[in-house]
Structures are given as C-alpha cells and as structure tokens.
Ligand binder design. Structure first.
Ligand SMILES: Cc1cc2nc3c(=O)[nH]c(=O)nc-3n(C[C@H](O)[C@H](O)[C@H](O)COP(=O)(O)O)c2cc1C
Length: 192
C-alpha cells in the first residue's frame, strides 16, 4: 500500500516581534511536522512589504495584483502548501494589522479561476495573548472561522495561549508548546 506523503507546511508569523510568543509557538508546530519529514517554511510578515488591499478587483479579472509588493512572491508559496499556520497575537481583540493585510490579499482567491488554488487547504491558528480569559480571542477566532470557511479552507485546529505578555513568556507554558509540537506531528500526515 502506498504510504501517505507528508504535507508541505507554511507557518506565518503575524507578530512584528521576532522571538516573541507567536514566533516560538509557530516554530514549535513546525518542528513537530519537520520531525515527521514535512517540508516547512516560516514567513515573518514583519520582514515583508505587504500592503492593504485596495479593492480594485483587478485580480478578479485574472490579472496580477496591482500592488507590486512582496505578496506576489508569497502567492506561489500559499498555492504550493498543503497546510497554512496562521500565527498572530491578539491585538485589540483582533489580529495584528500585519495579519489582516495578509488575509485581505486572499481576496484574489475569490476569483472563480483562482478558487481551486486555495480550496481544501488545511489551516490552523496559533494565538497568544495577555489576558487570562480565553474568551479574549473569541472575535479573532470567529474572524478566522468565517474567512477560512468562505475560502473553502479547512480550519482543523487552534492553539490559544492566554496569559502571555512579554516576549518569550510562552516558554513558561510548556504544556501549550507540547500541544503545538503534537499538532505539528498530526499536520504532517493529515489527510486533505
Ligand atoms: C497593540 C497591542 C494590542 C494588544 N491587544 C491585546 C488585547 O486586546 N488583549 C490581550 O489579551 N492582549 C493584547 N495585547 C498583548 C499581546 O497579545 C501579547 O503581548 C502577546 O503575547 C504578544 O505576542 P508576540 O510576543 O508574538 O508579539 C496587545 C499588544 C499590543 C502590542
């Protein structure tokens, strides 16, 4: 019997802070997948120039985005991946502006001829935040649920980590990082 090939995984860090809680969590998920043989890549949105969507809809005419920025080299990475990890801290009960700009540019996948390039891809969200109440992330979780559902992607899991504020606080949450590592193991061979 043919064994399942490993999934290709794209980890996206939407926090501007390198070595921050989101970066550490996304890296841990990727490590679990890599240890199972998955090819992985991590993107730091803060290192990239990704502008907001203008709503010009040129992408709906089958043309390349009118914004000549780094998103045009990220689209092929999205299309070639099986799994996308959306990592963002809670910023004012929503995602960071970096993550919001990134997601806004997914509007090009609404063009019917582009839909097949995103349909069925697996997604997970990885979300640290300061407050202790897990409901703090409700709006953000709903934003991803609705948007990914609209795009016909499959949101298969989420890791919410309350109670982390300063850069690297998450290392004290060994159980959450372990959960991340195990999620990575699962993602490596998860059936699409
Ligand atoms: C602009 C800004 C807004 C924030 N808003 C919230 C918030 O609404 N609720 C919350 O619990 N934490 C909030 N935080 C705290 C971050 O979610 C928290 O520090 C998180 O661990 C940062 O992750 P990072 O280390 O990956 O950047 C905010 C932080 C900043 C800088």
């Amino acid at each position: 019997m043919k064994s399942k090939t490993t999934n290709k995984i794209l980890g996206v860090v939407g926090s501007p802070r390198k070595k921050g809680n989101t970066h550490i969590l996304v890296s841990r998920i990727l490590k679990g997948a890599e240890d199972q043989g998955s090819p992985t890549e991590i993107l730091f949105l803060g290192d990239l120039n990704i502008s907001e969507c203008d709503g010009c809809h040129i992408c709906w005419k089958g043309k390349q985005c009118s914004k000549k920025d780094d998103m045009n080299k990220i689209y092929p990475k999205i299309i070639q991946s099986d799994v996308i990890i959306f990592g963002t801290p809670v910023y004012w009960y929503g995602p960071t502006a970096l993550m919001k700009c990134f997601i806004d540019r997914f509007v090009s996948f609404n063009y019917p001829e582009n839909r097949a390039k995103i349909r069925g891809k697996l997604a997970v969200i990885a979300v640290p935040f300061e407050e202790e109440n897990p409901k703090t992330a409700n709006l953000l979780v709903n934003f991803f649920k609705k948007s990914l559902q609209y795009l016909e992607m499959q949101l298969i899991d989420k890791i919410l980590v309350p109670g982390v504020s300063r850069r690297g606080d998450i290392v004290k949450k060994g159980d959450q990082l372990e959960k991340g590592y195990k999620l990575g193991i699962k993602l490596a061979k998860y059936d699409r």
